[in-house]
Design a protein around this ligand. Structure first.
Ligand code: IMP
Length: 497
């Protein structure tokens, strides 16, 4: 006879947090959101931790190098998607590791022979008014000068005027030399009242531009997630098919942690993959998943997983439950796996972090996931809305949207994620191709979310995630009280200006 669960499969919207005593030290400024990323022994520190409890989904429409940089800047981590050729994924990892906060590789360059017309067109295309003038017009050759909007007057200068006639020539530029630190570059910027400092090598080739505004931004990011060499941390997705070829390239490229990307992680494919990595690359950290119960969790822990990802069927673009009838409410899954994690810790002294993956609709769902025991949260839809995600921004009616498509959709065709060992084919779709409302830049949105989380934690009497997990009081809600949760019995004023 089949096994029947006694409990209903529940999701986050069915729960609310009941406030606990707010101590006087429960101030948003005192809250520490640091959380373990990989397993560790009692009394020791995890070798990798996050400064905020967020990671971005292993998806084409979410985690490329650009989003990885933006998120690491704020203290979280991206897992660069693996449904792409190995060399391409490795190149994205390298770009994150090479990125030096505040040191920008010019994306606007011309030659001295170009004209004012070219300058205006480029400025319109990139939105950047500082243009590097190089020998052959590519970003990394000999720097000949710089053009900014202060160098020309569109109303007076003819469009045919050559760049060499109005640029600030190299001889008059103040530049920094290769190897300069960001704070040294900033001192030069301040001493000479510059907006931009070009950094060159010994042969006068342009390496980077340092902008005054970027330094200020860097200063505002105390949470940056950095390795020992002050490079951003970055993760990479892998699959259970080509890991023997993919893993070495990702490790060589500098990936700090790997995660198997699979819709169903309770499988011998995952065990084989984790065991291979642990045997061949003993120092490399790898997460497994997704699972939704104690058995799945313990199976991956026994295989050697450094963290375990939880969630089947709850993703916003996911149609797995409709297509296959498998899955579990995200809250029920997190609650059961967290209990198993705690029991395992109690018994062995080894703490294996768990990640709640998918199904976050409101910011308060994040606090619920953490309170229920998740150490960190993976999100796709949330990050797909931002400028930094790879999806195209499109105008739809009166508003802007961004494209967001599932890995199991026909568009992504990530058959490895759904593979049951029978060849390179996506037999049917488990995800959709969709739009999400465009929300602007990652940093500003994340700040609002974090402020909400901190405020809720204060109400729950917690200033760390660990304390939240201990002090949270959680109640199921009736459908009638859900109605009470939003604005009700009032006539909302129109918001369309
Ligand atoms: P979201 O944050 O609710 O949008 O969920 C993102 C999560 O959905 C990802 O981290 C994956 O675990 C999962 N996912 C990604 N693509 C698909 C798909 O095509 N079908 C089902 N689940 C998916």
């Amino acid at each position: 006879m089949a096994y029947y669960y006694n409990d209903v499969s529940r999701t986050f919207s069915e729960y609310l947090l009941v406030p606990n005593l707010t101590r006087t030290d429960c101030l948003p400024g005192n809250i520490d959101l640091k959380t373990p990323l990989v397993k560790y022994k009692r009394g020791e520190e995890p070798s990798l931790a996050l400064n905020i409890p967020f990671v971005s989904a292993i998806m084409q429409s979410v985690s490329d190098d650009k989003l990885a940089i933006a998120l690491a800047r704020c203290g979280g981590l991206s897992f660069i998607y693996c449904s792409q050729p190995i060399h391409q994924q490795a190149e994205m990892i390298k770009r994150v590791k090479r990125f030096k906060a505040g040191f920008v590789i010019s994306d606007s360059s011309l030659t001295p022979e170009h004209t004012l017309k070219d300058v205006i067109e480029l400025r319109e295309k990139t939105g950047h008014s500082t243009i590097a003038i190089t020998e052959d017009g590519t970003p990394a050759t000999r720097l000949m000068g710089i053009v900014t909007s202060r160098d020309y007057r569109i109303s007076r200068d003819p469009e045919s005027k050559k760049v060499k006639e109005f640029m600030t020539p190299f001889s008059k530029l103040i530049v920094g030399k290769e190897g300069i630190s960001l704070s040294e570059a900033n001192d030069i910027i301040w001493d000479h009242k510059l907006n931009c400092l070009p950094i060159i090598d010994n042969n006068q080739n342009l390496l980077y531009l340092v902008f005054r505004k970027d330094y200020d931004e860097h200063k505002m990011n105390p949470n940056e997630l950095l390795d020992l060499e002050k490079r951003f941390l970055v993760g990479a997705g892998i699959n259970t098919r080509d890991y023997k070829e993919r893993v070495p390239e990702l490790v060589k490229a500098g990936a700090d942690i790997l995660c198997i990307d699979s819709s169903d992680g309770y499988s011998e494919w995952q065990k084989n993959t984790i065991e291979y990595i642990k045997q061949e690359y003993s120092g490399v950290k790898v997460g497994g998943g997704n699972v939704v119960d104690k058995e799945g969790f313990m199976y991956l822990v026994d295989a050697g997983a450094d963290f375990v990802k939880v969630g089947i069927g709850g993703g916003s673009i996911c149609i797995t439950r409709e297509q296959k009838g498998i899955g579990r409410g995200q809250a029920s899954a997190v609650i059961e796996v967290a209990k198993a994690r705690d029991e395992y810790y109690e018994k062995t002294g080894i703490y294996v972090p768990i990640c709640s993956d998918g199904g976050i609709v409101y910011d308060y769902h994040m606090v619920l996931a953490l309170a229920m025991g998740a150490d960190f949260i993976m999100m796709g839809r949330y990050f797909a809305r931002f400028d930094e995600s790879p999806g195209k921004k499109i105008k739809l009616g009166n508003s802007y949207v961004k494209e967001y498509w599932g890995e199991g959709s026909d568009r992504a065709r990530n058959w490895q994620r759904y593979d049951l060992g029978e060849g390179a084919k996506l037999h049917f779709e488990e995800g959709v191709d969709s739009y999400v409302p465009y929300a602007g830049r990652l940093q500003g949105n994340l700040e609002v979310t974090l402020n909400k989380i901190k405020s809720t934690m204060c109400s729950c009497g917690a200033i760390t995630i660990e304390e939240l997990q201990k002090n949270a009081r959680i109640s199921l809600v009736s459908s009638t009280s859900i109605v009470e949760g939003g604005a009700h019995d009032v006539i909302l004023k129109e918001n369309n200006f």
